[in-house]
Design a protein around this ligand. Sequence first.
Ligand code: PLP
Length: 444
Amino acid sequence: MYDNDLSDVVAADKAHVWHHLTQHKPFETSDPRVIVEGKGIHVWDAKGTRYLDAVSGGVWTVNVGYGRESIADAVREQLVKLNYFAGSAGSIPGAKFSEKLIEKMPGLSRVYYCNSGSEANEKAFKMVRQIAHKRFGGKKTKILFRERDYHGTTIAALSACGQPERHMQYGPLTPGFVEVPHCLEYRKQWDVEDYGQRAADAIEEVILREGPETVGAICLEPVTAGGGVITPPKGYWERVQEICKKYEVLLHIDEVVCGVGRTGTWFGYQHYGIKPDFVTMAKGVASGYAAIACLVTTEEVFDMFKDDASDPLNYFRDISTFGGCTAGPAAALANMEIIENEGLLENTTQMGEYCLTKLEELMEKHKVVGDVRGKGLFLGAELVADRATKEPVAEKLAQQVVAECGAQGVMIGVTNRSLPGFNNTLCLSPALIATKDNIDEITG
Ligand code: PLP
């Protein structure tokens, strides 16, 4: 019997819910975890156990923390006024949020609403292909993606996925996606001084191999998330930008995780002076208070879809049913106001630096920690069996660390499991409201 008598809920969950990313066999002898309440940085499960949530809702989402009345009020007010109208019409919160968002994204000007990170990325892929057909005789349709990056769960997004474990058994994949090497300096692929330059040069090599006339875009995470919390080496992004310009390759930055504050700036790309053609975002946009994703692009891209009114096919022939939900932008606007009013970008930078220092201390004490890295409150600690060879630890050990933290009331995450060449990186990404005490608890 659970303290708060939710045993019936747990039983119903166990009987009928197919959990995401979960092997269900263990539930024959144990119960699934059901989270029932959240406040600030903490959540409670159906057994009444309290956890410090250092994974922001499991997957880097609840950036402003739980129980935010101002977001709930904004959503409620909007829902009773107008909950929905199809995405081909505008709405008050859609207009207001896009204006606010664009204020934070100099150089970009158009927002396309949809529901998930995967969907936003697919919209960008479609735009790239339409541009190829319109401008480049149907040739520049290839899209590059990077080893270890992830862009979503739908088949085309999975085809642009640099983590083979995600798409094994889901083939055949969509043609036209081509992988470029990762840029994780800790796992060097080239023995050179200027690693950032070399890792970016590898992109140019792929473009030349494929033929620049066939490559339309490259899709990259500013800081790779599920692939192991990979921060780019110095000079990497400057060179990537140069290469994109040289070969007329559109630059698509996937901000689904980094977006809206996670790394201490509104967007991850803003640390590196990047000028993207497309930015996609989802998780932190409304901190999970409503489902919303956006594809943001430039006026130049937008113009390509409207410059010839005599052509009946000259518009983006795409719709997202729930891109017309008004709760999303209403929540997103309130979410952004919280980040501004509470100085959460500054807090993220300060707490991120503090957390990284604590992780470095842990690395000094524990040989199993091979590398620590991250930006803002988006941090990783890669576990190795041997520091000299950098041999990854067994998946079981990483899982054990996660379980032990859970037993002590702290939820942490782990990325990249089980495949050879992939490594176990513990992942810390608490809400942007985290305090020093919270960080001490997480890293204690
Ligand atoms: N892009 C990145 C970088 C992600 O980490 C994810 C999800 O984890 C996605 C895209 C897909 O987002 P969604 O699960 O909302 O489709």
